[in-house]
Design a protein around this ligand. Structure first.
Ligand code: NAG
Length: 256
């Protein structure tokens, strides 16, 4: 019944699963299916094999530097059982997909039309830093677990396509997650900089996709705007800020 509703609603918006529709009942059925044949036959509408990254209703991670839309098990159930997902990044001029890892996937990223998409990566302790400048048609690889980022160095919007070898690749944004650990641990890790300073940093992390460097913004004549900070780690007892400590003395991000 639920899956019928899902299919029906999805067909109303034209492209089956890019819209923000709850697919959980269907996904449960697909995961429980004994064979791949059963999964194929559960997906009875051809539209369930179409995902449109340009559908404005497609679920996206977004910030002032652009957005990232991912077709994964949740948004595109046809991938269930197939170990693959795809993400498309629409980067504004000087847009940056901030440093992150994918806990369950290696990524292969292709610059479709950006002037230059700069990427950087560190794979693990001991591995050297790798930077690439991808012109249109250029592709690179980010091994599973590597810390990596992408920046649109051009003054026009850019689009990249990323293939991932998991239907549930996941993403872990380094700054938001690291500064969301216990404040005293973060402060000590950073050379005992103080809990107030940690609190100040936490509230400055722009939402992904963010605006990139001053150099790029200046070159493209773009003014840095106030960016939301909604993607920071939520606080529970273990990583709560100590009561009575205030970050108010710490300056807010400059350049707005
Ligand atoms: C890339 O494609 C996007 C979307 O069609 C377009 O807005 C942008 O101007 C293109 N960028 C370049 C550098 O051609």
């Amino acid at each position: 019944m639920l899956s019928f509703t899902t299919v029906f609603l999805a067909s109303l918006v034209g492209s089956a699963f890019s819209a923000a529709v709850d697919n959980s009942a269907l996904i449960t059925k697909l995961r429980d299916a004994p064979t791949a044949v059963d999964r194929i036959n559960l997906l009875s509408d051809d539209n369930q094999f179409v995902f449109n990254f340009f559908d404005p209703a497609a679920k996206a991670v977004s910030g002032k530097g652009g957005k990232i839309i991912t077709a994964n098990a949740a948004t595109f159930p046809a991938v269930v059982g197939n170990g693959a997902a795809m993400a498309v990044g629409i980067l504004e001029p000087c847009g940056m997909n901030t440093p992150h890892t994918h806990p369950r996937a290696t990524e292969i990223l292709f610059n479709t039309n950006g002037t230059t998409i700069r990427t950087g990566m560190i794979t693990e302790n001991g591995g050297r830093f790798i930077m690439t400048d991808l012109s249109p048609g250029g592709m690179t690889i980010f091994p599973q677990g590597s810390v990596h980022f992408q920046v649109n160095e051009g003054c026009d919007p850019a689009v990249f396509v990323a293939a991932l070898n998991s239907e549930d690749p996941g993403a872990l944004q380094i700054a938001q997650r690291f500064l969301g650990l216990s404040p005293d641990i973060v402060a000590a890790t950073l050379g005992d900089i103080g809990v107030e300073e940690v609190m100040g940093l936490d509230s400055m992390i722009p939402d992904n996709v963010a605006q990139s460097t001053d150099e790029c913004l200046k070159r493209c004549k773009i003014t840095r705007v106030k960016q939301d900070t909604t993607q920071r780690q939520s606080r529970v007892s273990g990583n709560a800020f100590p009561t009575g400590v205030s970050a108010s003395a710490w300056p807010t991000a400059s350049g707005y």
